[in-house]
Design a binder for this molecule. Structure first.
Ligand SMILES: [Zn+2]
Length: 412
């Protein structure tokens, strides 16, 4: 049995319990209460710290484990072995900062789960979409100077699918590998060469509906990489439940998102990292620089529309594990700070990174808040992240990480 003492921020967004306690038994939360109400547990291991805040394990809702580079041409030469080695580095960097679960939106990291189940790996909980599903010339067909033949056969975090039958096949391949959700690409993107940031969409209505039907058949949903307005709208009109990025939302998109109960995961951090990179190195990767410049301001305007309409916003950095580009997973909490810049309060951001993100995992009954009966993924942090979100930018402030009832990081 473990007892944590400190201010309790339970992930529901209400005021913290100032002199709180959280009791863990096995891999579950047993009790959340005031210290004055705490029954005696003579054999419990007790943890506390000065200025301690206890909160649910953070969830990172938009990862790409193991890519290792922000440059499309590098993805051509990666092997599955190198990618998995990088994924293990990325996973351990995330957990150092207090992330106890990920929602991966394009990689083979879900294939590591049997190794986790065998006890060979100790990493955050892995949920994911498997490989991205993209059309020919889409955002997942990333290095478009390759011949199409080569593009179809290079090891890649994407499946290139054209037509309803190929989309269904790609969905079923992912499900066969254990995918928890389906990720499609209904627009081009910043990091792929050749496609555009200007108004356009990828995939037909029929292809999108086929993916949605396949996802719903397995009790899940489709999320889409969608930046340009036309591709966002097309996805929303055809049953997609979550928009990643959403640079160019408008009132029509917002209306549909509210009506259909859709989520937005803006991924501000990757765009900010790009902007900072190009301020230092204006002459490299012109395609990337131009697309970043075109969409940076629009991104924040879109998010403001979503915030005002109370659309649930998930927290994901969309980093690519590339330190030289400034998008290494040891900086994943940059997303929390960018969301504050975008107008959310620290408490709102914590709720988004825990409770809202647990819904994106379809795990809200087991993760995301500190409540009796839920799984014991709990952090003890030095400082008050619900007042100053930047406390979480320094992993040294994350004193204790407990996942599934086990202490997996301990600086106390
Ligand atoms: Zn992404």
């Amino acid at each position: 049995m473990i007892v944590l003492k400190g201010r309790v921020v339970d992930g529901n967004g209400g005021p913290p319990i100032p002199d709180g306690a959280v009791v863990l038994e096995g891999n579950k939360i047993k009790l959340v209460c005031r210290q004055s109400e705490l029954p005696p547990y003579p054999n419990a291991q007790v943890y506390t710290a000065e200025n301690a805040t206890i909160l649910p394990g953070l969830i990172e809702a938009h990862t790409h484990m193991g890519w290792g580079s922000a440059v499309a041409v590098d993805w051509v030469s990666i092997t599955p072995q190198l990618s998995m080695a990088r994924a293990l580095r990325d996973l351990s960097q995330l957990r150092e900062q207090g992330y106890t679960a990920i929602r991966d939106l394009g990689s083979d990291v879900i294939l590591l789960r049997p190794a986790v189940a065998e006890g060979l790996l100790d990493v955050p909980r892995i949920f994911g979409a498997g490989k991205i599903i993209t059309q020919i010339g889409g955002h997942g067909d990333a290095y478009q100077r390759l011949t199409l033949e080569a593009s179809l056969h290079t090891y890649s975090p994407a499946i290139i699918a054209n037509g309803v039958d190929e989309v269904r096949r790609a969905c079923r391949i992912n499900m066969r590998n254990g995918a928890d959700l389906i990720k499609i690409m209904t627009t081009g993107g910043v990091f792929s060469q050749g496609d555009r940031a200007t108004p356009h969409s990828h995939f037909s209505q029929e292809e999108i509906r086929a993916a949605v039907e396949e996802a719903e058949n397995m009790g899940s949903y489709v999320t889409t990489h969608a930046q340009a307005n036309r591709g966002i709208l097309l996805a929303l009109q055809n049953g997609v439940k979550c928009i990643e990025h959403g640079f160019y939302l408008d009132e029509r998109c917002i209306e549909l998102m509210v009506k259909n109960g859709c989520y937005l995961v803006p991924t501000l951090a990757i765009m900010h990292a790009s902007k900072c990179y190009f301020e230092k190195k204006p002459d490299v990767l012109p395609y990337l620089r131009e697309k970043t410049q075109q969409s940076y301001e629009a991104h924040y305007r879109s998010l403001e529309l979503a915030r005002k309409a109370h659309i649930p916003v998930g927290v994901g950095c969309d980093f690519l594990g590339d330190e030289s580009f400034g998008c290494s997973y040891q900086d994943a909490t940059l997303e929390l700070e960018r969301l504050e810049t975008a107008g959310f309060t620290p408490m709102e951001i914590l709720t988004m990174a825990t409770r809202v993100n647990s819904r994106l995992l379809q795990m809200e009954d087991q993760l995301g808040t500190l409540e009796p009966g839920k799984l014991a993924d709990v952090l003890l942090v030095s400082g008050h992240p619900d007042e100053h979100i930047s406390v979480l930018r320094n992993a040294d402030n994350v004193k204790l990480v407990i996942q599934d009832g086990r202490v997996v990081k301990n600086l106390l």
